[in-house]
Design a protein. Structure first.
Length: 560
């Protein structure tokens, strides 16, 4: 249900404004409305906090049997949301019944929905890199939901909330389906917003995690283009477009365009996995063309005349298959390009042809580095310095997180049990020193260093903490520039965040420096850990690889 700051229809709300629900929730003004009801800003008079209360007004206008179904759906929403622990999912605090209809008490988010943000933008759309950031956060929320066995089934711009502190939250699991539960909806009933429903759902098929990813693709298309890709003049024509038509080119999507195309594949098996999509979003967020996304771009027949126009007489004869048009830099690459072979069990479109103007998108100078690292557990041993065999690079996209105790010690590294209780991998020759209450390891008195910080959380989550730190550093560090700052999942801890940035140091070791910080809550949220590494920009590639190895060996102090 869309949340916004509209105060229209005040007369209709005047009767209910001020109403006290369950002896504690005092209704204020209406902040959102949809087909199923309204969302109110309210005050929790027991905990003295602002909350959002969703009123299911549809219950007033349906038969008794349908009212029972609606109540059951409401209870199911509460159960679904309760099973998801993630900073990007709006928390459900309470469910109650008043005036013969259900009400849901939720976390209040101070900010507009993505739908409202698009409408309010001067250009009528969201900038592509910002849309990629939003997509990354929604994807994180969906991954947490899917891991809990919950499908959202109504991902759309109105259900993506943009908090004024830069958080992105997904709300309204009102039609969510929990695996293992019998479905509430009756045979043939279609729930969700039609132009954001995946094709398999429109056809009456069983939805899955890939269905939510399709809806995310349609949502991001709307964000960057300012209009829904499949909305037509009637529900029937809209459903036909979802099933049979390709979306118009996302001309304002920039590096995000091939990612949107990949997510909007008609067949669920042809869409990228959540892990693949995450890597694509990270690259697009940095303005880099995600190379892997182009493997999903559909192909089209090209005539001999088109080949000759692009390549000249040497271009060959007959017809070939080339990628369908997507926004791309103008370039001509006359060399043959073959799409990577698809992994076993997954069907993908392949381009086996002379790829002309659009081949530059696939290979055109896109950096190979991927900021997102794969989290790994370390050895649970409490022994001191040891050595072992080299392990494979943790940067490989095909690597999977290892369980604690499986990480091997690379050559040139030592396992250190710090006096503070934690254990980590440290390059040989790096020495321990203290910087206030923080523990550093450095080989050269701080030109390169690892820093470990342990403390009690002062913020709702690590993402909020890093945002607060960033505000201070932007003023203090010359030429500060964010590379990335986003919530992630570290060692199965959803309360975690990764931050990478550069700046110019004028004292000590002058020059451009690069830093990265993995922060997370542990011990049920009672302890905050930060593993930080910094070094000169000139040899950052080496430092970045070292950071992954440090994380692999990281072990917090054992619980007493």
């Amino acid at each position: 249900m869309e949340q916004n700051q509209s105060n229209s229809g005040k007369g209709a709300e005047a009767v209910a404004a001020g109403l006290l629900l369950a002896g504690r929730y005092r209704l204020g003004d209406t902040i959102g409305r949809g087909g199923m009801g309204k969302v109110w800003r309210a005050h929790d008079e027991v905990l003295h906090r602002t909350v959002a209360v969703k009123e299911l007004t549809a219950a007033l206008y349906v038969a008794e049997a349908d009212r029972v179904v609606l109540h059951a759906r409401t209870q199911k929403e509460a159960r679904a949301a309760a099973r998801i622990t993630h900073p990007g999912v709006v928390t459900v605090h309470d469910v109650l019944d008043h005036d013969n209809r259900p009400w849901i008490v939720m976390q209040y988010v101070d900010g507009p929905s993505l739908a409202d943000a698009v409408k309010a933008a001067e250009t009528g759309r969201i900038e592509a890199r910002e849309a990629a950031r939003i997509g990354l956060h929604v994807l994180g929320a969906l991954r947490a939901a899917h891991a809990a066995g919950v499908l959202h089934r109504d991902v759309k711009p109105g259900n993506v909330l943009l908090a004024r502190d830069a958080r992105v939250l997904l709300t309204d699991f009102g039609i969510a389906a929990i695996e293992g539960d019998s479905t509430i909806t009756r045979t043939g009933e279609l729930v969700g917003s039609i132009d954001y429903l995946a094709p398999e759902r429109v056809r009456g098929g069983q939805p899955g995690p890939a269905s939510d990813l399709w809806s995310l693709g349609a949502t991001l298309y709307t964000a960057v283009q300012g209009e829904s890709p499949f909305r037509r003049s009637s529900p029937i024509s809209t459903m036909q477009a979802v099933v049979n038509e390709e979306p118009p080119p996302a001309t304002h999507a920039g590096a995000l365009a091939p990612v949107i195309t990949a997510l909007l594949r008609k067949d669920p098996e042809d869409r990228p996995s959540a892990e693949e999509a995450e890597r694509m979003f990270l690259e697009a967020m940095e303005g880099r063309e995600p190379k892997a996304a182009h493997e999903y771009v559909p192909t089209r027949q090209v005539s001999e005349a088109e080949l000759h126009a692009a390549n000249g007489p040497a271009g060959g004869s007959g017809t070939v298959r080339t990628p369908a048009p997507v926004p791309a830099p103008e370039a001509v690459v006359p060399a043959p390009v073959v799409a990577p072979a698809r992994p076993a069990g997954r069907r993908r479109w392949r381009t086996v042809a002379l790829v002309v103007a659009l081949a530059a998108v696939v290979g055109g100078g896109v950096g190979l580095a991927v900021l997102k690292y794969r989290d790994r557990g370390g050895d649970s041993s409490t022994g001191t310095t040891t050595t072992g065999t080299a392990s494979k690079s943790p940067d490989k996209a095909t690597d999977k997180p290892t369980k604690q105790g499986d990480a091997s010690l690379p050559d040139g590294w030592q396992r250190v049990k710090d006096p503070a209780g934690f254990t980590l991998f440290v390059p040989e020759g790096w020495r321990r020193q203290m910087d206030g209450k923080e523990v550093d390891y450095t080989p050269d008195d701080g030109r390169h260093y690892i820093r470990i910080s342990v403390g009690k959380p002062d913020f709702e989550n690590p993402y909020m903490h890093q945002l607060n730190l960033e505000k201070a550093l932007e003023k203090r560090l010359p030429k500060y520039q964010r590379i990335t700052l986003h919530s992630n999942t570290f060692r199965d801890q959803v309360n975690s965040s990764l931050w990478e940035f550069t700046y110019v140091e004028k004292k000590g070791f002058p020059g451009k420096r690069h830093a990265i910080d993995q922060m997370y809550f542990s011990d049920g949220g009672g302890t905050e850990y930060a593993v930080y590494m910094s070094g000169p920009e000139t040899d950052w590639a080496t430092t970045r690889e070292q950071f992954d190895t440090v994380l692999r060996g990281w072990q917090p102090p054992p619980l007493n």
